[in-house]
Unconditional design. Structure first.
Length: 227
């Protein structure tokens, strides 16, 4: 089951590229233009890009540890199977809402992202102190800050991590999700214009949103009734 969850989290991250364009496209573009080497063919360019994204994924993993641990505490506070079922239902419903958001059919998750801005306003100044980025180490630290950017897609998977079963499971789930976002964000750094025109297409957004909705429905269907 955990392998299916990891594969699903990876696919959600991959399909979420249509959302990453809006949330992170500007950041990727700014970081790319701010690099001493702007040529995507250079090793220096890719070292910095990988540094940003490694830091970002690590932040997701840390958040997954917190979410998985919290979910375990909630499960232990009541009947274990019953509580896990509730958390799984919430995760599936939230995934459906995320699909509606990705497809442009419902924008309610914008409010959730705005709520996360309270934390982001406290963390974001740390990132500014790391600019301009001149080394992979700086890029890694800046990526860790970037990983806490308010994002409905990330929040959806974190709610899923609540039902993962523990800290290790939550960390693995968020790691798989983070790796799924990696191809899109690396491509944005190397070819921001081409990726932007592709992912802005309404059809691409609707297909991605529909697939995430389908995945959320599958999460709900596979749940077994509590005896």
């Amino acid at each position: 089951m955990i392998d299916l969850n990891l594969a699903g989290a990876f696919l959600v991250g991959l399909l979420g590229g249509v959302h990453c364009l809006g949330m992170c496209g500007g950041i990727v573009g700014a970081l790319t233009l701010g690099q001493p080497q702007q040529d995507a063919a250079t090793s220096a360019f890719w070292k910095l890009q990988l540094g940003y994204n490694a830091g970002r994924v690590l932040s997701y993993v840390l958040a997954g540890i917190i979410a998985g641990g919290l979910g375990l505490l909630l499960a232990q506070a009541g009947p274990l199977h019953y509580t896990q079922q509730i958390l799984s239902v919430v995760a599936g419903l939230f995934m459906i809402l995320m699909g509606l958001y990705l497809g442009g059919w419902w924008m309610g998750l914008v409010r959730v992202e705005k709520a996360g801005g309270v934390v982001w306003r406290r963390i974001e100044p740390l990132g500014r102190k790391l600019l301009p980025v001149r080394s992979p180490g700086q890029a890694f630290l800046l990526g860790m800050v970037w990983g806490w950017l308010p994002c409905g897609l990330v929040y959806s998977v974190l709610i899923w991590a609540l039902s993962a079963g523990g800290m290790a499971e939550g960390a693995l789930l968020m790691a798989a999700f983070g790796l799924g976002t990696l191809p899109n964000l690396l491509l944005m750094g190397a070819a921001a214009g081409w990726m932007g025109s592709l992912l802005r297409k309404p059809l691409a957004r609707k297909i991605a949103g529909g697939l995430v909705i389908l995945f959320g429905v599958m999460m709900l269907v596979q749940l077994r009734p509590v005896a």
